[in-house]
Design a protein around this ligand. Structure first.
Ligand SMILES: C[S@@+](CC[C@H](N)C(=O)[O-])C[C@H]1O[C@@H](n2cnc3c(N)ncnc32)[C@H](O)[C@@H]1O
Length: 252
């Protein structure tokens, strides 16, 4: 097992020495941390106390997904990465800062958060980032190489919501707290998958659910397709429900 990252210095050292982040990548992460601290004075993005350990609790906690996915084709490639319920930017914005060539889609239902995400991505020059203001339920279908979600929904609720963005090749990376193993054990057998739990590098009791969804329970994809196409037409009729932003905010 990898050693746990015990403090802020160890977190930054891990990024450089183990993950191999170069000077430009560290500079982007440093600017992201500064911007996050500033924005957190305006809106409640992350718990204030967590900023004392921002490199451990948020940056490395997100970046560890790249380490977990090493050696997999989805992890090694630069296929599209979908992050659901990105909130303050975790893990999706950190992934984009570390892999600026990869298309990364950040989805959140709260306008202020998506405005922050679009502003931060633009300031960092991350022009492959797309920020989508939408409920996940209302996102049109589209498949991705990687799907991540941190602190968004329990597995049993997340899978029906997000299965339509997945193929059997899609790599799912789900940082969970202490309930990772329990959530996986409790998942209905009707979901065919090859998920397992990796130990988190930042928290001794947390795990990351990693793997592939092979098949949804019978009837799920049809329901998802119907939901998605109904949602897509709802979005086109009421454009304000889903706003895509890339670098700068687009008008509704
Ligand atoms: C607990 S926060 C986690 C944020 C971030 N992933 C993190 O770990 O710091 C959950 C986020 O999901 C967003 N959210 C909740 N329900 C959603 C939905 N149905 N569709 C899209 N975003 C949603 C919330 O606005 C919030 O920003």
């Amino acid at each position: 097992m990898n050693a746990l990252i015990a403090d802020e210095a160890a977190a930054q050292a891990w990024l450089v020495e183990t993950l191999g982040v170069d000077a430009a990548g560290m500079e982007r992460l440093g600017r992201l941390v500064d911007m996050l601290r500033e924005e957190n004075e305006r809106q409640n993005l992350v718990a204030r106390a967590s900023l004392d350990q921002v490199w451990q609790r948020h940056i490395v906690d997100s970046a560890q997904l790249l380490s977990v996915s090493r050696g997999t084709s989805a992890g090694e490639g630069l296929g599209s990465w979908l992050d659901l319920g990105t909130g303050a930017g975790f893990p999706g914005l950190v992934i984009a800062a570390l892999q600026p060539e990869r298309p990364v889609v950040l989805v959140d239902s709260r306008r202020l958060r998506t405005e922050w995400l679009a502003r931060a991505a633009s300031t960092l020059g991350l022009d492959r980032v797309e920020v989508v203001l939408s409920r996940v339920e209302d996102l049109p279908v589209g498949t991705h190489a990687v799907i991540s979600a941190r602190a968004f929904a329990p597995l049993e609720r997340l899978l029906p919501l997000a299965a339509r963005f997945s193929t059997p090749e899609t790599l799912w990376l789900l940082p969970k707290g202490a309930k990772a193993r329990h959530e996986l054990e409790e998942l209905s057998d009707a979901w065919r998958h090859v998920f397992h739990v990796e130990q988190s590098l930042t928290d001794p009791i947390a795990g990351v659910i990693v793997g592939h969804l092979l098949a949804a329970p019978a009837g799920t994809s049809e329901r998802s397709r119907k939901t998605a196409s109904a949602s897509a037409s709802k979005v086109s009729k009421r454009k304000s429900k889903s706003v895509r932003m890339s670098g700068r905010l687009q008008g509704e």
